[in-house]
Design a protein. Sequence first.
Length: 124
Amino acid sequence: MILLISLLILTGICRGFWWHAVNKKHDFMPISMLLTIVSGILLIVVLLGIFFVPYTIKGEIAAYRAVENSIINARATDFADVERAALTQKIIDTNKWLARTQYDNNTLWDIFIPDEINELEPLK
């Protein structure tokens, strides 16, 4: 949320400089126009990210639950060492993704990640 508010403020300030430069015919008009365009593009990217990143994270959460169910099913049956090694590697990959995403949820990127991620436990 801080990122979004910061970009809104930056865009407003740059737009104000641009408007002032156009009306007063100052020399810093090209710079203020460039800053306004760059901050506007960043604002659009963040707004798009707010809608699309949670969608992909929810897909990853569904994949986490599928791996969790696979572990439960695999432990109920007898399986070979190769299958056990493949399942162990998948558990490691899933736990690395979970740890990274839970960390990101506690940083500046928390507006993109659903809080549901904090309820998930590492796989064992």
